[in-house]
Design a protein around this ligand. Structure first.
Ligand code: DAH
Length: 354
């Protein structure tokens, strides 16, 4: 061998030292990969040294080979750990840069992510709230997690009443708590801390354990309304319902009144509107009947008023429970309720300017 063993070993050490120095100035993954292949690639200084060992003794080859492999391993290890570090930095930087507060419409807009707007259900809910606020109604809220009393008992649906089967309930294991199946719970809660006369609406999500199809979802939205005063009649109920529906649709809609059964009202009604999607010809949304049930309602059952500590010898009332999802579907001719809940931006962004 032309050079002696120690000189070659020292050379390898120097190569390694130089690598360590070069590595310090690397600040991208690509640079690190380039540097690594420059040092330990097939044209790198270590390969050249190994190739120059033709006339070395087996002893020398072994020593130098060992040193060279150690050096390669170190280069490999150090590159790997720097690559990982840079990778983390990159992830953190991108998390920081791309972080968005999805509750902040302005920041979403500023990032040009989408022309954000309210979900059509939110829009229609607020519209209806405004209509009722303008008529002197309060807007109340209520919890999703309810108990048997507020969802059933105080609404004149005692245990074992067949009407419980009308509403497929998500029960909790204790069988005393549930996800509210309707916003009528807000009637019960509203009466708890009010004395008549009063009138309020209560919008919100409701939950039913049922199979989904074009017109059913297991989470949907209702707005409950209740008015308690002296001498409330069906005529009052009709007045508010007509006003509400014509304001929402911004046109005269064809409606029909049918008797309907709900344990919490007597008499109970269903107000249907002519299906706006098929103009009454029949489609999956109206179950091919040409009519869509929109507004179940009635005069509040005296038992319900009694649970609410309302003196039924002086006061009575009306109540209704409006399904918001169907209303949105009718208003914008949407033929599948599942579109409302799929979170598909292509769908919701169509309502951005509404
Ligand atoms: N709570 C009923 C349901 O979800 C809807 C309803 C019907 C509400 C009649 C009312 C009413 O206030 O009077 O099916």
């Amino acid at each position: 061998m032309s050079e002696n063993l120690q000189t070659v070993i020292a050379k390898i050490s120097k190569i390694f030292d130089q690598f360590v120095l070069d590595l310090k100035s690397m600040n991208s993954k690509a640079q690190v990969l380039d540097l690594k292949s420059k040092y330990i690639g097939k044209d790198g200084p270590l390969t050249i040294i190994m190739k120059g060992l033709k006339d070395a003794t087996p002893e020398e080859k072994r020593e130098i080979g060992k040193k060279s492999n150690e050096c390669k391993d170190q280069i490999e290890k150090m590159s790997k750990s720097l690559l990982e570090e840079l990778e983390h930095k990159e992830i953190n930087r991108s998390l920081e840069e791309n972080w968005i507060d999805i509750s902040d419409r302005d920041s979403i807009r500023a990032k040009g992510l989408c022309s954000s707007g309210y979900h059509p259900i939110t829009t229609i809910q607020r519209e209806i709230e405004d209509i009722f606020i303008s008529m002197g109604f309060e807007v109340l809220d209520g919890p999703y997690l309810e108990d048997d009393y507020h969802n059933f008992e105080a609404l004149n649906i005692p245990k074992d009443h067949p009407a419980r089967d009308m509403q497929d309930t998500f029960w909790f294991k204790d069988m005393a708590h549930l996800l509210r199946t309707h916003t009528s719970t807000i009637q019960v809660r509203g009466m708890e801390n009010r004395t008549p006369p009063f009138k309020f609406v209560g919008p919100g999500k409701v939950f039913r354990c049922e199979r989904t199809d074009a017109s059913h979802e297991f989470v949907f939205h209702q707005i409950e309304g209740m008015m308690v005063d002296k001498n409330i009649s069906v005529a009052n109920l009709m007045y508010f319902s007509k006003l509400l529906l014509s304001e929402v649709f911004k046109k005269e809609v064809e409606i029909r009144l049918r008797p309907g059964f709900f344990p919490f009202v007597e008499p109970g009604f269903e107000i249907d509107i002519r299906c706006l999607i098929c103009a009454g010809k029949g489609c999956p949304v109206c179950k091919h009947s040409g009519w869509v049930e929109l507004l179940p309602c009635g005069l509040v059952h005296p038992n319900v008023l009694k649970y609410g500590k309302v003196d039924t010898s002086i006061y009575n009332g009306f109540a209704f429970g409006l399904g918001l999802d169907r209303l949105v579907m009718m208003k914008y001719a949407i033929d599948d309720i599942r579109l409302l809940h799929a979170g598909d931006l292509r769908f919701v962004s169509q309502f951005a300017s509404i």
